[in-house]
Write a protein that binds this ligand. Sequence first.
Ligand code: ZN
Length: 88
Amino acid sequence: MKMKIKPGKKIPLGTKQAEMLVKMIDITCDDELDCGTVFENLDSYAEYVLGSGKKTKTIQLVEEHLRTCGDCAEEFQLLLKALKAVDK
Ligand SMILES: [Zn+2]
């Protein structure tokens, strides 16, 4: 079998990235947030975690997302760290 690549058509993702993408799509259910939406709501989630925010439906979804998404969880840890540093 020959690998045919059409001229002018680039393969946008490496295999590893493509795998990650498939994995991401795989764990994304109807009611779950995508990384972008989670990112937008990270500050409200941080407020909730730090005790000054209410637990909303979005907060709950963000929480669930962070459990399954290492990237966002990492991003959240950084944000939390930054917020705590400002608090001092
Ligand atoms: Zn994510």
